[in-house]
Design a protein around this ligand. Structure first.
Ligand code: KIV
Length: 270
């Protein structure tokens, strides 16, 4: 007899309990239709990431993304999500000025978007802020390793953990201690993320961080082959939806040009 119990709605407690029991499968989504497909497929967690700046808006980085944009996209995703746990990113500049500013923006995102948690990038320097948010009742997901919001300061996207593994471990401990329910490890050497995952009690969610994290996350447009301006090494394309769309567009165009579309069945007749 199967022991599998159907979960109606995944909560923060489910995500925490999945550590050491079941791998956590996460994806990003930014709109109603995509989120509905993921939720119906049984994905555990959906993140409305600030990666939307690149894959939805065509910016070169995540830096220009605003709180209003995160709220707008999260509201659309929220309308589709019945089961998955929903997390929204705090964009660059929305939590660095002061704790007061961070709390105002986090509360706005939670109240206006319907997200069940927020994610913010940073190590032990933001642990006091994570503690304040957690104490207020806001679920916080940490994000360490390669932090895309630091791209200007770091002069590019650099894999982490080659020479700063101790610092990453200290960051992870500080974020856990502050009350975060989970931590994203992005672009981290696989051995280092394994060590972090084994050392802390909250789940780690990896992206470019090897197989030993407690869960994995990928960007919607990357995994489905929709955004192919570039494909990072850590991405596995599970479909080539971009090619399907290009092909279908050409078929539609040629049908329109020679009046094959619309047919009678697509038309309103007297
Ligand atoms: O913005 C995002 O999509 C992210 C994930 C890559 C973790 O932060």
């Amino acid at each position: 007899m199967s022991k599998h119990v159907e979960i109606k709605k995944i909560t923060v407690n489910h995500i925490k309990r999945m550590k050491n029991n079941e791998k956590i499968a996460c994806l990003t989504a930014y709109d109603y239709s995509s989120a509905k497909l993921l939720d119906e497929s049984g994905i555990d967690l959906i993140l409305v990431g600030d990666s939307l700046g690149m894959v939805m808006n065509g910016y070169e980085s995540t830096i220009p993304v605003t709180v209003d944009e995160i709220i707008y996209h999260t509201k659309s995703v929220k309308r589709a999500v019945k089961r998955a746990f929903l997390v929204a990113d705090m964009p660059f500049g929305s939590y660095q000025v002061s704790d007061e500013q961070a709390i105002i923006n986090a509360v706005r995102i939670i109240k206006e978007s319907g997200a069940e948690a927020i994610k913010l990038e940073g190590g032990k320097e933001i642990a006091p802020l994570i503690k304040k948010l957690s104490t207020m009742g806001i679920n916080v997901m940490g994000h360490i390793g390669l932090m895309p919001q630091q791209v200007l300061a770091h002069g590019g996207y650099k894999i982490q953990g080659r020479d700063n593994d101790e610092k990453l471990l200290e960051d992870a401990f500080a974020i856990e201690e502050a009350g975060a329910f989970s931590i994203v490890l992005e672009g981290v050497i696989a051995e280092v993320s394994k060590k972090i995952t084994e050392s802390i009690k909250i789940p780690t969610i990896g992206i470019g961080a090897g197989v030993n994290c407690d869960g994995q996350i990928l960007v919607f447009q990357d995994i489905f082959g929709i955004f192919d301006d570039f494909t990072p090494k850590f991405v596995k394309q599970y479909a080539r939806v971009g090619n399907v769309i290009r092909e279908a567009t050409k078929n539609y165009m040629s049908d329109v040009k020679v009046s094959i579309f619309p047919e009678e069945k697509h038309s309103f007749l007297r």
